[in-house]
Design a protein around this ligand. Sequence first.
Ligand code: ADP
Length: 454
Amino acid sequence: SLLRGIPAAFVDKVENILRPLDLTDERYRQVMDLMRQNLDAGLHPDTHATANVKCFPTYVRSVPDGSENGDFLALDLGGTNFRVLLINLNGQEVTMESKIYIIPQHIMLGSGDQLFDHIADCIFKFMCDHQLHDRRLPLGFTFSFPCRQEGLDRAILTTWTKGFKCAGVEGNDIVELLHAAIDRRGDMKNVRCLAVINDTVGALMSCAHSARNCAVGLILGTGTNACYIEDLHNVKTWDGDYNEPKQVLINTEWGAFGNDGCLDFILTDFDKSIDKHSINPGKQIYEKMISGMYMGEIARLAIERLRKHNLLFEGEGSYHLSTRGRFYTKYVSEIEGDDVDNFTVTKQIFEELELSTHTEQDCRLVRHVCSLVSKRAAYLASAGIACLLNKMGRRDTTVGVDGSLYRFHPFFHDLMMEKITQLLKPNLKFKLMLSHDGSGKGAALVAAVAARLR
Ligand code: ADP
């Protein structure tokens, strides 16, 4: 309908360029089936080493039971912001104070020791500001990068993602690195990390705190990832005990789905360009089609292609429009949320990008591009979620979701509800629940269990 009234010959040219972004139902079913094969490969010791979707067991065995109590420190590192939090758990009541600390670009790309020294400094500042230095508080660390866990408090980073690349961390236990940095300071010996989780586990745990049937955690932010509850007898890589409950949360690390080329049949030129110019070419292929770090850029590349074919802005571009990363993912949300009767916000964005000649038709076309890109992202994530729900086979499951893309995009939730419903086995039901402060709350909940077991 956005293209209504535009001459057919013109629309044909536009559709030719954009068609690769518009996948059929059949394609999404194929993606769902491939995800299943990838999960099974990750869960089996014979195929785990070469698997793309690693399915790391987390050592978190159950969801909170509501008896978690006390004060906890939490750290949240995994994308845009680094946060330190002080959390009080008291039955269903959770209160928290937190502070965001900037991680400068030179530290994101510097040495591991620099990164962890910086983190230790931030913890120290936070403890001073909250008069906590004489207290011995259990600490939970939400560290949202792919880690092989060897226990709740042992997490070995396999690869940096999402723009981080600190030397000397891959292959090492991040708890050891954190403790070493704390010990280098000498004035915080009573801070000890009891548990490492990632943001997917945080989302699952925090939603499970109020919705007991929550069994999937999903992130749609800078990156994308999911975790789910798996029966121990399906986790052939499990080396822990087989006590009750006979289940464990699996961190799928599904962002790496497609790294072996199995998603090449749906990749567009735009996806290939993004991958080629990224700091991790050939990696995180599924993530690059879905998450907030890349979605605006996919839209920009499609818009630029249309413009170069004189189908947008009378062929007039701008310095900004031809700059990588300059078309933010939040623009996609804003343009799709705009009022089609006046396109006020869309025109404002065009002004920001110094696009001087634009018509109503340009507004409608750009909105069409944004909706194709976000629809594909939402449907691809849905194929993954439907795969997990079908695998678990639970009657009624809540999926805890966190991340700015899901939170702020005007239609992401609705698009996902529609596609998951279509792909789900009959008789299964589900809900998508927004997780509030999952990374902080989840880390505190897991640290609380760890502290009790100590
Ligand atoms: P993180 O995943 O890093 O912990 P967020 O969940 O806030 O943090 O996700 C940040 C990502 O969300 C960025 O890539 C950004 O482009 C994207 N984002 C921010 N605001 C919006 C928005 N309004 N609509 C869609 N995406 C957004």
